[in-house]
Ligand binder design. Sequence first.
Ligand SMILES: O=C(O)CCC(=O)C(=O)O
Length: 291
Amino acid sequence: MTIQNPQVFTDKQLQRHFDDFGFVRINLLNLEETEELLNSYEALPRPRESGFHCTMFSPDADLKTSVDSIIKNALVEKLKPHFKQHTALYGNFMVKEPGEESDWFVHQDWTYVDEAQHVSVAVWVPLVDLTEKNGVLCVVPGSQKIPNTVRGPGVHDPWTDLHQVIKEEYHEKVFLKAGEAIVWHHRLVHFSPPNMSDEPRIAATLICTPTNVPVYHYWKDPLQQGTLARKYQVDCRFFMNYDIVNEPANVPFSGLVDSHFPDLDLNRLKSFSNEPVDASFVHGPPLTTNA
Ligand SMILES: O=C(O)CCC(=O)C(=O)O
């Protein structure tokens, strides 16, 4: 399959970094804006939870809808100067409470668009400084170049055999400051270790897709053999009501798609990196200042 590399960013330097490594860093929110978003999170009527939790996995559609509008209000205008033509799909808070159970696994995000032609991104903004102790975000630079374009609940993960080596050594830690954003390609492999500090590590995230391009969700029935995934056309409302486990309902079915992709080994993964990657490698400071 030929994969196009459409432009996401207005800034050429950002775009080049994104094409090479699959992510960029942007100074997005100032101190006041960061605090305001943190206060909005604290004020939410939500259950007490432990480990890693995020609002998009909540069964409470009202909570998800409130979070979506809080995050869009905080981030959309700030992102406008950076994006050529991306729009916000939905927002979500991702939280690591202190403790071992807040570990979050090595993965790529779901597919949101037809990736043969389009690129979708996650904008992830920690509301506290990231440290070695509190669950820093870790990425595998260049991994977005691996063209497994059908991803979603139940779809086989071709990275399974590499999870351990990625966690132990083959990654880069991205020490973002509170209010700074990382924007990653949805195929970028990433994870975050547990939060072993005494305070929750709270982040806001916004999924963005190219304007006027259909949004899809792939779902594979875990009880069914084979590699066929079901494809649905969805929108923001879908994600406010989705429970992830059950088959998507009340959205147009767009057909069956083969999700097969061969399992990866470390040599294949390394061939996609532009530079040696190890756990001590850190990219420089953010590439832009506040817009
Ligand atoms: O919040 C985190 O630590 C991990 C975020 C993540 O994996 C995601 O947004 O897909």
